[in-house]
Design a protein around this ligand. Structure first.
Ligand code: WTA
Length: 655
């Protein structure tokens, strides 16, 4: 795999047809971008009107980026309801239009087309059920569901009554789930009996049962029937969604929420062992998600739009549910995986539902590219107009394959760079405005002021053809507001290192033309198959095992996953390395966190390279994992330099 940044100099301008159709062409981009930067209040005041307000806002931006006093407010005196924006306001004009297409894991199971009217009924019923269970405005609800329509109902039902949802990806283990239930003190967990995926089933309800053993006694569980594979049931604690939905009223009045009331919490990984609860609020988030969905993908009325992410990640929040539904789009929810029953699945779904915009992760493209072109070529992909990628840098091979084989050279590719924290895209080419460069996130979205800082001095580096850490100079409406229950941590994580800026944790280059290239994380976060993971989380899981004395985890280049998980493990004195123990540790991490954190390589390491003050030198461990022994740098500050020779000699030849 070639590294992404700037290995490819070919530029792909949009076709005349794309430019003619696009909401935003090159001139309009310049005009709008300049307006958004020179007068953010006027710009966002205008675009804030794209959603419906109960009480219109009279203030737009009220932001303080100063460390110690960080406070971010947008449209602060406006009131609205997100569910009403995503459903009710469309009823008159597009009540019978499909809001959600549900494509099940098994292609033989019938797809569902849920109209806006039906969505209104289902969301209202779910909202009324939650109220019956005692959920009130401001309460937290955990959603641990497969990619089924009920996941969207659950999100919108919470939004309707003003409850704050926190989705836990269905691939997380019961331990990870319990930590999140407790972290936000949730009242209810919404789950399903089982999650079918790729022909296999994950026992979600059993995971919830195990998790709730570690939570407060009064946490209730609402269970959606998906497969019928339910086993245990605790009366009084467990509630049957399907039964209650038969009785529940299909009308629920949307609660009037303040623009700055929290809409959801989403736990994400950082440099420390504990995932943090990223808080997004109601008004600014919705404006930003909706606007980026429309403009980045060049979405037009009547289009069928498909984002293949899971609602467990931020991409699913902004670009499966909130953005598209606020725009009255038809959004596709896919329960399965790209390779089941075979490597043609994505493309068959595109053909079947005549998808116009398709948004996926580079890891999926790399996996599919390896299966050969015939899986794509046998499908009719003529409906496709815009292709998108997200989650990690895309390497030029995968970009070219996406462009030529999937897009037939006709479709612009939007390489969207953003984060859980940012709520929506911060940098991306726009289909009709920018000539694309494979692997480049190109240009800032409206209102975004990216700056490249010198990592040592923290000074802004001006001019082009420069590299450094990526910060954002000013706020935008979709920005996270705080870390749930820990505003201090919010400030320390994002505003302490480079005062006066939002620090993204990513490195970047600004090329000679002024276009941006993301070079990857500069902190201890790795990106495995587009899933963000803190190396510290995996380390904490490993050292929690009785046989492990110490562990250090780094990322290393992986053909398909982008980055793999490489673990250096020092065992307790009385333990010997063995294949059994290796397997046991893998299973252990899967149980502690989830299958996505499964170590790719475990290297037994009698010693780890440390400075004399005891700090592990990860830089060296990264180099060894990358098989790049020539560039170890200065090892003279190590307490025991011979440790490094030992690690190189025994470098695991796997992965
Ligand atoms: C990385 C996902 C390069 C980046 C929406 C970021 C990317 C982290 C891209 C956030 C991209 C995301 N090119 N890198 N187009 N998109 N990233 O919070 O390192 O799961 O900081 O949000 O993914 O991951 P998260």
């Amino acid at each position: 795999m070639t590294t992404p940044a700037q290995t490819e100099n070919t530029v792909f301008p949009p076709s005349a047809e794309t430019v003619a159709r696009a909401h935003v062409d090159a001139a309009k981009y310049e005009e709008m971008y300049n307006a958004s930067i020179s007068d953010p209040d006027a710009f966002w005041g205008e675009h804030g009107k794209r959603i419906d307000w109960i009480k219109p806002f009279t203030t737009v931006k009220d932001v303080n980026y100063n460390f110690g006093d960080v406070a971010i407010n947008w449209y602060a005196d406006g009131t609205l309801n997100v569910a009403a924006n995503c459903i009710d306001r469309h009823l008159e004009t597009r009540g019978d239009q499909t809001a959600i297409i549900f494509e099940p894991d098994d292609p033989n199971e019938t797809a569902q087309h849920i109209t806006y009217k039906q969505l209104h009924g289902s969301v209202s019923r779910m909202a009324n059920i939650l109220e019956t269970m005692g959920v009130r405005k401001g309460d937290r609800v955990i959603i641990y569901l497969p990619m089924i329509p009920e996941a969207a109902y659950a999100m919108l039902a919470c939004a309707r009554i003003g409850a704050i949802h926190s989705i836990v990806f269905a691939g997380f283990s019961s331990d990870a789930l319990a930590a999140r239930v407790n972290g936000c003190d949730a009242k209810v967990v919404i789950t399903a009996d089982e999650a079918p995926r790729g022909g296999r089933k994950t026992p979600l309800k059993s995971n919830v049962d195990a998790a709730l053993l570690h939570c407060k006694d009064d946490v209730k569980c609402l269970v959606v029937k998906r497969t019928g594979g339910q086993t245990t049931w605790i009366d009084g604690r467990d509630f049957d969604y399907n039964e209650m939905a038969l009785e529940a009223s299909d009308y629920c009045k949307p609660a009037e929420m303040n623009a700055e009331d929290p809409l959801f919490i989403l736990y994400t990984s950082g440099s420390t062992g504990q995932p943090k609860g990223v808080v997004h609020t109601t008004g600014g988030y919705l404006v930003y998600a909706a606007m980026t969905q429309e403009i980045t993908f060049d979405y037009h009325e009547g289009d069928v739009y498909w984002c293949t992410a899971d609602v467990g990640w931020v991409t699913g929040h902004s670009y499966i549910v909130y953005g598209p539904l606020a725009n009255g789009a038809t959004t596709l929810m896919f329960e399965g995986v790209p390779t089941y029953p075979d490597a043609s699945r994505f493309w068959q779904v595109c053909e079947k539902h005549k998808v116009n915009q398709f948004y996926t992760a580079p890891t999926a493209l790399r996996a599919l590219m390896g299966q050969g072109n015939e899986w794509v070529e046998k499908c009719d992909l003529s409906s496709l107009r815009t292709l998108g990628t997200v989650g990690e840098p895309i390497n030029p091979e995968a970009w070219n394959w996406y462009n030529e084989v999937v897009g037939g050279g006709r479709c612009p590719i939007v390489d969207t760079w953003w984060q859980t924290e940012t709520g929506g895209h911060l940098m991306t080419p726009l289909p009709g405005a920018h000539a694309m460069k494979p692997g480049s996130a190109m240009k800032p979205f409206f209102g975004i002021l990216p700056v490249v800082l010198d990592p040592q001095s923290g000074e802004e580096i001006s001019g082009n053809d420069v590299e450094g850490v990526l910060c954002i100079k000013d706020s935008w409406p979709g920005q996270m507001r705080t870390v749930w229950g820990d505003h201090e941590r919010f400030q320390k994580t994002y505003f302490a290192d480079y005062k006066g800026y939002y620090f993204t944790g990513d490195g970047c280059k600004r090329d000679a033309d002024g276009d941006y290239w993301i070079t990857g994380r500069v902190d201890d976060v790795i990106n495995v198959s587009g899933h963000r993971m803190g190396t510290a989380e995996v380390e904490s899981a490993l050292v929690a095992h009785a046989a492990v004395a110490e562990a250090a985890v780094v990322g290393y280049p992986h053909e398909i996953k982008g980055q793999g998980i490489y673990c250096y493990v020092t065992l307790m004195n009385d333990r010997e390395p063995s294949d059994e123990l290796l397997k046991e540790l893998r299973t252990w991490v899967r149980t502690e966190i989830g299958p996505i954190a499964s170590p790719d390589v475990i290297q037994w390491s009698p010693g780890l390279p440390k400075t004399r003050s005891g700090k592990i030198m990860r830089r060296i461990l990264r180099k060894i994992a990358e098989n790049d022994f020539g560039a170890l740098g200065d090892t003279s500050t190590l307490a025991d330099p011979s440790v490094v020779d030992d690690l190189i000699e025994n470098r695991a030849n796997k992965g």
